[in-house]
Write a protein that binds this ligand. Structure first.
Ligand SMILES: Cc1cc2nc3c(=O)[nH]c(=O)nc-3n(C[C@H](O)[C@H](O)[C@H](O)COP(=O)(O)OP(=O)(O)OC[C@H]3O[C@@H](n4cnc5c(N)ncnc54)[C@H](O)[C@@H]3O)c2cc1C
Ligand code: SF4
Ligand code: SF4
Length: 345
């Protein structure tokens, strides 16, 4: 191998996994992260275990992060970005903007793992996110539970909680027809965790469709409804109202009964869509690679994670919505593909 340097952009679970796998295969990895810590969003999520592990994978991120921090073959650049990229496959010349100044590196290949951003609140402003008291995003709930440890500590006095699914996903008006893949899974697990801690709480989940996850999903759903007494309501609120002042009132059409209903909650949690990372277009332009019609980074074809440019690969949620375990699997597959491409070049 003439040049055994590799650039990984983004240190969420996809970038961490790719960096770790590449270092194990003899690469010197330059891991560039624009934030001040490694781990991306999933490193800030709560453990969703009740009496048993809920298999949410959040703790895996912390394990992989610790392994990457201990790995000598990985050079980490925090608060850093790619400012220029030239050269050709096998020998890209990349300029990094780091707190210590501009750094030039020459790399054999590039793996982009720049992650996602949650839907901008104003895109579904009628649901109150960002301006209506008592309305939060699921990301805020994850982070508050991780920070405070207990729901009652994070949200004292809250007894009645509503989850609203598919906010900005499967949404033709926004041009986001895709399913965000993970929100049914995390919302049900979060609801289950809250109910476990607060058995007297009332929880409703408003959905239009439920994305199944895992082989034992039907059993899990039954347990959610019958044992945990979490109400699943087929119908998505179109609007929220702040009347009375201390409650969030939602009005929705129950698509099973056809009736227009309204209900009041102390807290409304919106499962907002996984959308392209805020700076992804800028990064794609710097690297000279294409985005798909939703703005995620385009890969050549299913199962082939080369971008539109040879020697540059994409993995994790910058390529499309996916779970932690799917991001890990894809990042490993990308390193495998890169090694094969190098061997056959
Ligand atoms: C509310 C919520 C809850 C979820 N809960 C679960 C769950 O319980 N289980 C599960 O499996 N999945 C869950 N997911 C999905 C999970 O968040 C993703 O699968 C995971 O975060 C994907 O990791 P990633 O590395 O692709 O992206 P990210 O976690 O977004 O990491 C990307 C990293 O790249 C960095 N970056 C971005 N652009 C640049 C740039 N230009 N230069 C340098 N660095 C850059 C970012 O700062 C970030 O650190 C949840 C998602 C949401 C929204
Ligand atoms: S973080 Fe998730 S996978 Fe890890 S122990 Fe908790 S519930 Fe289980
Ligand atoms: S995962 Fe569930 S909540 Fe998320 S977009 Fe798909 S169907 Fe909607």
């Amino acid at each position: 191998m003439s040049n055994n340097n590799l650039l990984v952009i983004g240190s969420g679970i996809a970038g961490l996994t790719a960096a770790q796998a590449a270092a194990k295969n003899g690469f010197t990895v330059h891991l560039v992260e624009k934030d001040g810590v490694l781990g991306g969003k999933a490193a800030t999520y709560a453990c969703k275990a009740t009496n048993n592990c809920a298999k949410c994978s959040a703790c895996l991120v912390l394990q992989v992060r610790a392994a990457v921090e201990a790995e000598e073959g990985i050079k980490v650049y925090l608060h850093s970005r790619v400012s220029r990229c030239g050269g050709q496959p096998g020998n890209y010349q990349v300029q990094l903007k780091t707190p210590a100044g501009e750094v030039e590196i020459q790399v054999a290949g590039i793996i982009v793992a720049a992650g996602f951003s949650p839907l901008a609140p104003e895109k579904r402003g009628e649901l109150g996110l960002g301006w209506q008291r008592g309305v939060i995003s699921a990301l805020e709930l994850e982070q508050a539970l991780a920070r405070e440890g207990k729901f009652v500590k994070a949200y004292p006095g809250v007894q009645k909680i509503g989850f609203v699914q598919c906010v900005g996903s499967r949404d033709l008006a926004l041009g986001n027809e895709y399913c965000s893949q993970v929100c049914c899974m995390y919302a049900l697990r979060l609801a289950r965790k809250i109910k476990h801690e607060l058995p007297d709480s009332e929880i409703a989940v408003f959905y239009m469709d439920i994305q199944t996850f895992g082989r034992s999903f039907d059993k899990y759903l039954k347990e959610i409804e019958e044992v945990a007494q979490i109400k699943l309501v087929r119908g998505i609120p179109a609007k929220v109202f702040s009347f009375p002042y201390e409650k969030v009132t939602v009005r929705y059409t129950d698509s099973l009964s056809g009736r227009v209903e309204s209900e009041q909650f102390d807290l409304l949690v919106l499962s907002t869509a996984i959308t392209p990372e805020n700076e992804l277009t800028e990064l794609a332009q710097t690297l000279g690679i294409e985005q798909n019609r939703f703005g995620f980074l385009a890969n050549l074809e299913p199962g082939n994670y080369q971008s539109s440019k040879k020697g540059i690969y994409v993995c994790g949620t910058c390529q499309g919505p996916k779970s932690i375990s799917d991001s890990i699997a894809q990042a490993r597959a990308v390193v495998g593909q890169l090694l094969t491409d190098q061997a056959t070049r």
